[in-house]
Design a protein around this ligand. Structure first.
Ligand code: KG4
Ligand code: ZN
Length: 333
């Protein structure tokens, strides 16, 4: 069976994984840079790139060792080639080029968003195309028809902030530090979602898109004018408002989409239990299966990049990417 080495370095996770065509993840390692960026309250691109450059090679070596393999056992090298912080993307992509060249194996340049989009298929072999995907991460908030490998139709995107960004900014306003999403979710459990009145931007709009900037500003005002409510109430009210928007916008997209096999969520915010539960209910209303990858596959990881590479490698018209392919800071699916 074929094996792909996947490499991810587009944000603040340095990651490598070995993925087999039967969907077994033979080994994977992730070095998080949370500690590196925490003092700055967010990811500093230059520092991220340097950390990737220091960590990636030993991480790949350790991942191969974990699986008892060498490069000779690998059938292709796949790396994120964008979108993302360009310094980090270049570290991963150039490393992949060097490994591919040295071992005479095909190079596969993967779109990070495609990695997220196909990650549910790594976790669930029965998930068939076409499915409706809500992709919610720190940089993106989109609804896509995933019609097949390389065939994506975008139905909605955000006109300002991404959903994860709204979580991160709320965390910053509440002094919860970085990274913010999980901290907001945790604090929200102790709060009352009805205590703070917050807007639901674009709720019910005929436009298909998302918007979270107004919600974030309202959270800021709620914190500044702190009334008879706690920070936990703000977190809970924010999460509920964000969830209401997500459900409304996804419902609108479902009406516009063709026949889909499932409603699927992916990306870092898919780790949020409230968001998962809301989407599961929405899918049930439409008699659609709901698929959410395990938490470790939701946030950035290299297994999803290896799997996207594997889907490419297994496709009938596979062609390796050229060694001069460029890293791309922006790369719409
Ligand atoms: O997919 P990801 O790891 O990186 C990007 O490609 O952006 O997503 C990271 C984002 C961050 O904004 C983080 O705060 C958010 O996902 N996130 C969460 C949770 N876990 C991660 N947001 C809400 N609740 C969570 N449990
Ligand atoms: Zn991501």
């Amino acid at each position: 069976m074929r094996v792909v080495l996947g490499i991810e370095s587009s944000c603040d996770e340095t990651a490598a994984a070995l993925v087999r065509e039967d969907r077994t993840v033979l080994a994977q390692r992730i070095a998080s840079q949370d500690e590196v960026h925490r003092p700055y309250g967010g990811v500093v691109p230059e520092i991220a790139a340097r950390a990737h450059a220091e960590r990636l090679a030993p991480l790949i070596a350790a991942t191969l060792a974990d699986a008892g393999m060498t490069l000779a056992d690998v059938d292709a090298v796949a790396a994120t080639a964008g979108p993302g912080l360009i310094g980090g993307v270049m570290v991963g992509l150039v490393s992949a080029k060097a490994l591919a060249m040295a071992s005479d194996k095909p190079l596969i340049a993967v779109n990070h968003l495609e990695g997220h989009a196909l990650s549910p298929r790594l976790a669930d072999a029965s998930l068939a195309y076409p499915y409706l995907l809500l992709l919610v991460s720190g940089g993106h908030c989109q609804v896509l028809e995933v019609q097949g490998l390389g065939r994506y139709r975008r139905l909605a995107t955000t006109i300002d902030d991404a959903l994860g960004e709204a979580f991160d900014k709320t965390a910053k306003i509440l002094g919860l530090g970085y990274p913010g999403g999980p901290a907001v979710e945790k604090l929200a459990r102790d709060g009352d979602a009805k205590k703070v009145r917050l807007p639901r931007p674009l709720l019910g709009s005929e436009e298909p898109h998302f918007s979270f900037a107004g919600l974030k500003s309202a959270v800021m005002r709620a914190k500044q004018n702190q009334g008879d409510y706690s920070d936990a109430d703000i977190a809970a009210s924010f999460q509920q408002a964000a969830l209401d928007c997500v459900i409304d916008r996804t419902r609108r997209a479902m009406a516009a989409a063709g026949d889909m096999t499932a409603l699927v969520v992916a990306g870092g915010v898919a780790a949020n239990q409230a968001i998962r539960a809301g989407l599961e209910k929405l899918a049930a209303e439409h008699d659609l299966p709901f698929v959410a990858p395990p938490l470790a596959l939701c946030t950035d990881n290299a297994a999803m990049i290896g799997w996207a590479g594997m889907e490419r490698l297994m496709s009938h018209d596979f062609a390796p990417d050229p060694l001069d392919i460029a890293a791309r800071p922006r790369w719409p699916l």
